[in-house]
Design a protein around this ligand. Structure first.
Ligand code: HEM
Length: 508
């Protein structure tokens, strides 16, 4: 199972197959993609996968569609299930057979990096899925109120064209507006807290990747020596705990008659903790800080890609802007307006389709031996997942799948007037896996969609955007013929922006 583990390698070579090494043998029937699967040479496959993960996954998807293949990670095999029936099969299986907790622990090394207390907690997922999503109409009003400060604080307001480093501007904007919805004011305006949340998110991803390539026996030492993530988490909670104390005092004093009860995730976490009685305020604070990890990276990468797509295809800005101006003029900056931004929704989904942020979904560990729907045997302990990008680029699922067509998901509505949930950014299916699929699909996707739509809408009515035409910007990758000679997103990481002179105060 752990082919990097010297003990395991020694056992394989000495022929003493035990439970750990036997999984190597047991996975022999699953074809490897990206390189050889024989002992030690699988490092070649691991190196190739590290260099070109999307190419390897696409190759595996095409060769083994309807079945499974394996790719070499630095420390173990990952079995990737390819094809619609396989996705449905995985999503239907209970956690007792395929565990999401064990899967995300393997992916993010939660137990080692965060400690076993936090690793097992899952009640926050239910809160995000239920009350937080139900309360979005009011929570979104807070978020919308934060837009001017977050956007104008990170995108220059000059009326001349200015170069913008899109990734760093976006991560700051997303951190600020998200934390307005997570912990309210003044938390969302605390630069020190936001920097900590961003640093924590980035370093936790990096640390998980470092820990994963280390031999298993050295991992706990590495965590202690190298990783400051846990202390960043503790520091993050020091900003939240005083807010909890103040709110607890008010909750005690006013009970349900508390009129200015805050509309944010922290309040919902606190109320859930009160129900659960044995949940401490420190756990609530840690949970809130950790929610940044699930949301900041994914949402900011999605918005970065979307803004870069806008810069590469500025001809679509006018149609998006017209939609936003129409709905905001009639509804104001409200949830209803955001719900009616179908073109913006479609544009975000198309951007996500071609630049899917989460490379894998339905990441699981088999807790027992299983046989998949196509007959593939999956031994206990196998790490499995679905690769998200290949189905999104599959010509069987999307017409002209390689072409960036921002309104492909809003066209049905425009033509027929029928609102189809299956066309929405938040939809999940075996073909649309940006948020996973099934009972463990991303619980924050309704919030993420509203947040991203609001940010894109606010930015396009207030700014002009175009591709960066400076010399160093042209050093990006070559254009792709599949996208009509233009490369979508991820060129130089820079775009040009210019503040618009808007006539309508209602829009900004
Ligand atoms: C565009 C932004 C986002 C993307 C692309 C995204 C994507 C995903 C994906 C692919 C998964 C794994 C699902 C699976 O394995 O089937 C996931 C899980 C999760 N996401 Fe998101 N996410 C986004 C935003 C958010 C936000 C804003 C929040 C919080 C408010 C959030 C909270 C979570 C949580 C808590 C889980 C774990 C669910 C579980 O363990 O059952 N996500 N997300």
């Amino acid at each position: 199972k752990w082919y990097f583990d010297p003990v395991c390698v020694a056992l394989v070579f000495s022929g003493k197959a035990n439970a750990r090494s036997s999984i190597l043998v047991q996975l022999r029937h699953i074809p490897a993609v990206g390189g050889p699967s024989i002992p030690l040479l699988f490092y070649l496959a691991a190196a190739k996968f590290a260099r070109c993960p999307d190419g390897v996954l696409q190759e595996g998807y095409e060769k083994h569609h309807g079945s499974a293949f394996k790719v070499a990670l630095p420390n173990r095999w990952l079995v990737v299930i390819a094809g619609l029936e396989g996705v449905e099969d995985i999503r239907r299986r209970p956690d007792s057979g395929l565990s999401i907790s064990a899967g995300s622990n393997e992916q993010f090394q939660r137990e080692l990096i965060l400690g076993s207390d936090l690793h097992g907690i899952r009640w926050h997922v239910d809160v995000i899925k239920t009350t937080f999503t139900q309360d979005l109409p009011t929570i979104l009003l807070e978020l919308l109120d934060e837009l001017p400060s977050a956007v104008q604080g990170n995108i220059p307001c000059a009326h001349e064209w200015t170069t913008l480093n899109v990734r760093s501007a976006v991560i700051n904007m997303v951190a600020q507006v998200s934390n307005r919805a997570f912990g309210g004011l003044p938390l969302s305006r605390s630069r020190a807290y936001l920097d900590l949340a961003i640093r924590f998110t980035v370093s936790r991803m990096k640390n998980a990747n470092v820990v994963k390539i280390m031999p298993r026996v050295l991992r706990p030492i590495a965590v202690r020596l190298l990783i400051k993530t846990r202390s960043a988490l503790l520091e993050g909670t020091t900003y939240i705990e005083p807010i909890i104390r103040t709110r607890r005092a008010k909750m005690k004093r006013f009970g349900n008659d508390w009129r200015d009860r805050p509309n944010d995730l922290l309040q919902l976490y606190m109320e859930e903790a009160t129900e659960r009685r044995n949940t401490s305020d420190q756990t609530v604070a840690e949970r809130l800080f950790l929610t940044n990890f699930a949301s900041i990276h994914t949402s900011s990468m999605s918005l970065t890609n979307a803004l870069q797509d806008l810069a590469v295809f500025p001809e679509h800005i006018a149609a998006l802007r017209a939609e936003v101006e129409e709905v905001v003029t009639s509804e104001g900056w409200t949830k209803a307006a955001v719900d009616n931004m179908w073109k913006v929704d479609s544009f975000l989904r198309e951007s996500q389709r071609l630049h899917t942020v989460a490379r894998f979904a339905l990441t699981r560990i088999a807790l027992k031996d299983l046989t998949l729907i196509d007959g593939t045997f999956i031994p206990k302990g196998t790490f499995i997942a679905i690769a998200t990008s290949p189905p999104h680029r599959d010509h069987r699922h999307y017409q002209s799948a390689d072409v960036f067509n921002p309104f492909r998901f809003s066209r049905t509505r425009e033509e027929t007037g029928v609102v189809s949930a299956a066309q929405a950014f938040t939809h999940t299916s075996a073909k649309w896996l940006a948020f996973g699929h099934g009972k463990h699909a991303c619980p924050g996707r309704f919030f993420a969609a509203d947040e991203l739509k609001a940010l894109v809408a606010y930015i396009i009515v207030n700014y002009d955007i175009k591709a960066d035409d400076s010399d160093d910007a042209s050093s990006g990758p070559a254009t792709s013929p599949a996208s009509g000679g233009k490369d979508t997103a991820n060129t130089s990481g820079k775009i040009m922006v210019r503040k618009r002179k808007s006539d309508s105060a209602a829009l900004n």
